[in-house]
Write a protein that binds this ligand. Sequence first.
Ligand code: NAI
Length: 245
Amino acid sequence: MGLLSGKTALITGAARGIGKAIALKYASEGCNIAFTDLNICEETEQEIAALGVKAKSYASNAADFAQTEEVVKAVKEEFGSIDILVNNAGITKDGLMLRMTEQQWDAVIAVNLKSAFNFIHACVPVMMRQRGGSIINMASVVGVHGNAGQANYAASKAGLIALAKSIAQEMGPKGIRANAIAPGFIETAMTAALPEDIRKEWCNKIPLRRGGQVEDIANVATFLASDMSSYVSGQVIQVDGGMNM
Ligand code: NAI
């Protein structure tokens, strides 16, 4: 029996990167996986299904309220329950405040923060009927500390933390837990795009002297999804190699 046997997880933006690693880890613990991304990703779907669970890829823009309602309805119909929601979809559009455009601000807030509202709003009634659920928001250490050149991204991630804490208070009496993970510097496509000198600077600030792997995040996400964390709610767990920015 896996830690998540018989449960269904809905993970946003899971075609690749951290979301995909979470999907694979959950599947290895017996969890059925519904995941979204901007496009259907059959390759990831097959990789997950190869672990012996039910897996389905959905195309949906997480920032779109109506599309989210539709996709959550379809997942409920297909899988029967939604026990775990991971709000993972995210983007960056970095720039110093003086040069940041309204479009850069709006896009990051919509994809990173409004998306979580959309999915929580659609999933909470399902979880209430089931009398339980675990919601995990993928924040960032910059949502805790701030970061020059990422005001939009840091604000969206701080919002995800406050959203998880608020939902934990509002929904706790219904058996629904909500937490946030704040990854530090994790080696994915998102961070591969950074210039080499910035990557080196980041690594020098990390006491464990390495970037995190996607599996480091997936392990903590598994703890928060499982009954191992049944008395943990409203928390933000930094997974950052001990970094104090
Ligand atoms: P990634 O860029 O590799 O993957 C993000 C996925 O989200 C992609 O598959 C992308 O297509 C999807 N996506 C983007 N916009 C979407 C939308 N509107 N609707 C649905 N899907 C959408 O990024 P990575 O590194 O795997 O990051 C995952 C999450 O972890 C993000 O929320 C990111 O902000 C957060 N994070 C990542 C860190 C890192 O060092 N890589 C550090 C801290 C947080």
